[in-house]
Design a protein around this ligand. Structure first.
Ligand SMILES: CC(C)(COP(=O)(O)OP(=O)(O)OC[C@H]1O[C@@H](n2cnc3c(N)ncnc32)[C@H](O)[C@@H]1OP(=O)(O)O)[C@@H](O)C(=O)NCCC(=O)NCCS
Length: 243
């Protein structure tokens, strides 16, 4: 797998500062970035990310798809079908995953804290003329292409976390302005998804001349907000052991 450089950081979603804080009670999310040209494809990356998060052998992890709409296993949200001896680590909770691809990069997110959604897009992805008519809530303000795309990736990470995908109307979703801390303000006509944490992710390994990307992640706590700040660990695919 192609190296994207060494960038192992441990960050909290609130301020994304590098920190060494870990807490056994803090929800943890592993975010792994790969290159589209990597061998094995997104499911290989998913398996290795799940294995890294649960400290197990990738060979013990099986992933698949499950469409929340039609129950097909040919498409839909990525799911962990089995994770070997994960229970032996005390992880009795389901393992939640999400994946996204853009401009030759792939990002996957893994957590046992709750349903997760991740989205990455080229910075200009939402720069099309009709964006405001299809993607903006009436109380959201419009802006330039990167402003719109930040709004878009925040919303898409949310609807991927809930499993709705783009079958729901993003105009019903209001998020905070891109220059404010990411947050779901309201989702009209939709049951409250419980506690919601939204995070703007740094995209590591971005180099001059390569497409600039924006990424966001949403973590759901069906029983309400988490009491401890979520710890997000970012790694490159090349950093995962035995790749
Ligand atoms: C999911 C979706 C938002 C992805 O949009 P995108 O920006 O083009 O693509 P991304 O690279 O960010 O994400 C693609 C990944 O999203 C995941 N995904 C697909 N459907 C999903 C859902 N309902 N919830 C969460 N994740 C989903 C898949 O892992 C997919 O990767 P894959 O092609 O390897 O399976 C969009 O394609 C969508 O809404 N699809 C569902 C449409 C649907 O429900 N149709 C009804 C079928 S019966």
């Amino acid at each position: 797998m192609e190296s994207v450089g060494a960038f192992v950081t441990r960050t909290t979603w609130h301020d994304a500062r590098v920190t060494s804080v870990t807490s056994s009670s803090a929800p943890e999310v592993l975010v792994v970035w790969g290159r589209g040209s990597s061998s094995g494809g997104p499911d290989d990356l998913l398996r290795h990310a799940v294995a890294a998060h649960l400290e197990m052998d990738p060979g013990e992890v099986q992933t698949g798809r499950l469409c929340p709409r039609c129950a097909s296993s040919d498409h839909g949200r990525p799911v962990v079908l089995s994770a070997g001896r994960a229970a032996g680590r005390g992880e009795q909770r389901p393992v939640h995953v999400s994946l996204s691809r853009a401009a030759g990069r792939t990002v996957v997110a893994v957590t046992t804290a709750g349903p997760v959604g991740v989205d990455v897009e080229h910075v200009d992805a939402a720069g099309f003329d009709t964006f405001a008519r299809v993607g903006l809530h009436r109380d959201e303000t419009d802006g330039d292409a990167s402003w719109r795309t930040r709004t878009w990736v925040r919303k898409e990470s949310l609807v991927k976390a809930t499993g709705d995908g783009l079958m729901v109307d993003l105009r019903d979703v209001q998020v905070t302005a891109p220059d404010d801390a990411p947050e779901l303000v309201r989702w009209e006509g939709h049951d409250a998804p419980g506690g919601v944490e939204m995070v703007d992710l740094d995209v590591p390994g971005q180099e001059p001349g390569q497409p600039a990307l924006l990424a966001s992640l949403t973590l759901l706590f069906p029983d309400g907000a988490s009491r401890a700040p979520t710890v997000i660990t970012t790694r490159s695919a090349a950093d995962l052991s035995d790749r």
